[in-house]
Design a protein around this ligand. Structure first.
Ligand code: PEP
Ligand code: MG
Length: 589
């Protein structure tokens, strides 16, 4: 039966494919595809995890038996028996093997997928006692997952390496060319990176806002995505056919042939539109009145540099270096590893400038989902970004040294996130100087870097003169600037309707930052999602912005807007928008 689910439109286009569910689990697990040669060792990992739990339950049984009949509860004994029985359950064991063998899921993913299937069967049972057994299955699966956590994985390490590209034909679906779409409650940034290599044609998540990192990475992959779809991961089943309409924020499950035909047609039209845009690749980004505009790329991994070059980016305006730090169970990349990664990005850009932002770990980008960093109270306001870096100066110095060394191989700019205090600015500047002095003393090659600050906290936007005394350029992080100005958690779908880039207060801070930089002859760019939103291009041009940094996939569409714009006419209009109570009403035309 066809039904639709509504969420937030975050990455454009249409995807049609079979659902691959990533079940949520109370134990955080990684999701990745294994090589066919690793199938047996993955099955063995599950077996060893299960055996460890069986041994533990046997030990408990003995303890219970030793207690006198008075203390030994029958219920406890019965419970242990049930758990042991469930561990041997044929459906569970065979199901897990199926996901590993036929779909090449890593062991933990296979286990949680099978758990989800069995849990749903329990939910549908009429008998209340049997229905309650669901929590027993959940408990023992959790135990096995925990037992496996101590084991060495034979699969791909997390974000440290590039995930292998898995063609759908390797997944042994009946129809080998069928595209796959991922449906999950939530996808961690490090899992997202694993999936970045093109396995999936689209994403759907229950949670998340328009500028949550799941949405940002989906946009960077240029595939349709819907977030904030609330109960999607419960309503969709493994292998269901689904359509993701990334423009409308709608997911259609089990579409009828007529709906399918309609969306297949729309999909083709979108491909034609893209083909037309591709003609702008070699065209310079200059407005009708001759203003040159710099269109830069946002990247997450060094390999993305090639995508940026292909999209015609004039450089990298934001390299989110934190993605190198994620999913490593707290083992941070050392100076050499970071240097090599930054160097690859710099060399990949072939002489075009690369802006490397120092690590922005925290909030909805935890270093590791299993790594407790103490920022859980109010993560967006906690130990995040530069605060995290300054909390461990030697770790920060390692990154600063690596960036300076990479600058010996091409033009590099350094960018500092989340600054708000003069003391943070001073400490940062002093540490950059210390890193330079150390490298000089050691005779290590390093390059000159311009030092920039992100303006993403209202406090920073209200003390621009101070910032401009210390920094060579500024970059507006509008994703966070909106979040902190309006007190709206950018990852929370329940307040997503209030996350408004056109709020007069947000526009005022953006406009003042651009104006102050221009007045002082300093460079300024926007690297938040606003820069890639074609609905905002004319306004930003009118406010004087000449440098935009966005996902490579958005560059051509923004360029088209630039080519049609006349800044001499847009400037007075932008001032009128700024002065209006409801700026959005002037943008609608
Ligand atoms: C921003 O806040 O706008 C930004 C570019 O940084 P991030 O999205 O990585 O927080
Ligand atoms: Mg930010």
């Amino acid at each position: 039966m066809t039904f639709s689910i509504h969420g937030l439109a975050v990455a454009r286009g249409i995807a049609i494919g079979r659902a691959v569910l990533v079940a949520s689990s109370r134990v955080d697990v990684a999701h990745y595809f294994i090589e066919p040669s690793q199938v047996e060792s993955e099955i063995d990992r599950v077996r060893r995890g299960r055996n460890a739990v069986v041994d533990e339950l046997h030990r408990l049984q003995q303890t219970v038996a030793q207690l006198g009949p008075k203390d030994a509860s029958h219920e406890l004994k019965a419970l242990l028996d049930v758990h042991l029985m469930l561990l041997q359950d044929e459906e569970m064991v065979e199901g897990v093997k199926h996901w590993i063998r036929d779909r090449l899921y890593n062991a933990e993913w296979a286990l949680t997928t099978q758990l989800e299937i069995i849990a749903r069967q329990f939910d549908e049972m009429e008998d209340a006692y049997l229905r309650e057994r669901k929590s027993d299955v959940e408990q023992i699966t959790e135990k096995v997952l925990r037992a496996m956590q101590g084991q060495l994985t034979t699969g791909l390490p997390l974000a440290a390496t590039t995930a292998r590209k898995v063609a759908s034909s390797e997944l042994q679906l009946e129809d080998t060319d069928v595209p796959l779409v991922l449906v999950a409650h939530e996808i961690s940034p490090s899992d997202m990176l694993q999936f970045k290599q093109g396995v999936f044609a689209g994403f759907v998540t229950d949670v998340g806002g328009k500028t949550s990192h799941t949405a940002i990475v989906a946009r960077s992959m240029d595939i349709p995505a819907v977030v904030g779809a609330r109960t999607a991961s419960q309503l969709v089943r493994q292998d269901d056919w689904i359509i993701i309409d990334g423009d409308a924020g709608v997911v259609i499950v089990d579409p009828s042939p007529i709906i399918l035909a309609e969306y297949t047609y729309k999909q083709r039209q979108l491909e034609l539109d893209r083909g037309r845009l591709a003609r702008l690749l070699g065209t310079a980004a200059v407005t009708l009145d001759g203003e040159k505009v710099e269109l830069l790329a946002n990247i997450e991994m060094p390999e993305d540099a090639l995508v940026a070059v292909k999209a015609g980016a004039a450089g990298v305006g934001l390299f989110r270096s934190e993605f190198l730090f994620m999913g490593r169970l707290g083992h941070l990349p050392d100076e050499e590893e970071q240097y090599q990664a930054y160097r690859r990005a710099v060399e990949g850009m072939g002489g075009l400038p690369v802006t490397i932002r120092t690590v922005d770990i925290g909030a909805d980008k935890p270093m590791d989902s299993t790594f407790l960093d103490g920022s859980h109270l109010n993560p967006a306001l906690g130990l995040r970004a530069i605060r995290w870096s300054l909390a461990d100066p030697s770790m920060f110095l390692t990154q600063l040294r690596a960036i300076l060394r990479a600058a010996a191989h091409g033009p590099v700019k350094m960018l500092i996130p989340m600054l708000a205090h003069l003391s943070e600015i001073r400490q940062t500047v002093a540490l950059v100087e210390q890193a330079r002095a150390e490298l000089r003393r050691e005779g290590q090659a390093f390059g000159d870097v311009a030092l920039g600050a992100m303006i993403e906290i209202p406090a920073a936007a209200l003390m621009l003169k101070t910032f401009l005394r210390y920094f060579d350029y500024l970059s507006l992080g509008t994703n966070d600037l909106i979040q902190y100005t309006l007190a709206i958690d950018r990852a929370d779908e329940s307040v997503a309707h209030l996350y408004d880039p056109l709020h007069p207060a947000v526009l005022r801070l953006v406009a003042d930052t651009i104006a102050e930089c221009r007045a002082q002859g300093k460079e300024v760019s926007v690297c938040g999602e606003m820069a890639g939103d074609t609905g905002m291009t004319r306004l930003l041009l009118g406010l004087g912005l000449r440098s935009f940094s966005m996902h490579p996939a958005q560059i051509l569409a923004v360029k088209q807007e630039v080519l049609r714009a006349d800044t001499s006419r847009l400037a007075p209009w932008a001032q009128a928008v700024l002065a209006h109570e409801e700026p959005g009403s002037l943008l609608a035309d």
